[in-house]
Design a protein around this ligand. Sequence first.
Ligand code: ATP
Length: 396
Amino acid sequence: MTKSGTCIQYLLKPFKSKKDGSDDLEKIAAREQKQFPFETLVSATKNFHPNHKLGEGGFGPVFKGKLEDGREIAVKKLSQSSRQGKKEFMNEAKLLARVQHRNVVNLLGYCAHGVEKLLVYEYVANESLDKLLFKSGRPDVLDWKRRYDIILGISRGLLYLHEDSHSVIIHRDIKAGNILLDDKWVPKIADFGLSRLFPEDQTHVNTRVAGTNGYMAPEYVMHGHLSAKADVFSFGVVILELISGQKNSTFDLSLDSQNLLEWAYKLYKKGKSLEVMDPKLASSAVPDQVAMCLQIGLLCTQLDPQVRPTMRRVVVMLSKKPGSLEEPTRPGYPGARRRRSSRPAASSSLTGTSSESSSQAFGSTTNNNSASATASTSTSYLRSPRLDPHGKRPMQ
Ligand SMILES: Nc1ncnc2c1ncn2[C@@H]1O[C@H](COP(=O)(O)OP(=O)(O)OP(=O)(O)O)[C@@H](O)[C@H]1O
């Protein structure tokens, strides 16, 4: 229903059903504030019945539900390890519920009931991108046009989070698993802002940071330096995964490179960009577009955050016809070394990295040594101030 339609219904409804209208006015106020009564969610999910469980992520189980008005919802029951108070939770959730974009999973509302804290999202019908790309028995579903539209959609959603919503929102966990696809294959970014709901829960945050191996920007892994450019890096990894059909964290080492980024960069430098392409795309690919997206993916995953494009620039690059783009410098990956000549002077003040420390610290986060990755990431994450390029308070 349109916003104006909803408003008219709100205005008319109290006078229809109640003598003094007080009950309905309370309900209206609650809906405006996006608070859901617990009983509504109990009945929508048939008392959180196991048959309604969609899955369980790092923040708790997710249930499918149906509201009385017919809307399908996904209810995330937040893990009770969060020690955030009820009032803070409500304030944060209220802010997050104002984030509305076609390419972001809409948070319809929230509910705090005793120790339970729940988030109510729009239900997104198709699977998450990682299931379709890496696990599905339906490989043909994602032809090139769909993959290109997914890249474009995610870039618009991220631009909105970074620049156009009411606060700067750094997602911090962009990965194929956090991209949901609706019934028309429109991509929607899930799980934005969740770490704000777990501010004191250090163990939980650490687990999640370690869990996103393969997508994290090197300056974030090593020093906890979080900026919008860390999201740009993760987005670049998703682009390369969409083009190649390969998952960065389980990269096929027989390809003579230690990860997807290095492999793609090497082929790009040899002028063989199209060899990166997923063979399943052979019949649907538009070669110039594939090459352009590969170059954008490499620009986004550059080691130096300063030279990575902003999401605004990415959206502009993607919306243009394939043409000349900047030359990407080396990507940031375990063991990557920055050449002094390719590094603008300003970058060192932002990241504080040197090529040696980069190589060492990031190298410890490969899959076979995730324990040390957890330790180094978690302490730096907790220590580091989170800077905001726009002077607004970042939401993660
Ligand atoms: N709005 C939604 N609509 C439909 N399905 C959803 C929605 N939100 C989550 N899901 C599904 O619920 C399951 C759990 O999701 P959740 O985001 O909590 O964890 P995850 O993505 O599996 O893991 P992680 O917490 O590490 O990101 C996933 O299968 C996801 O696809």
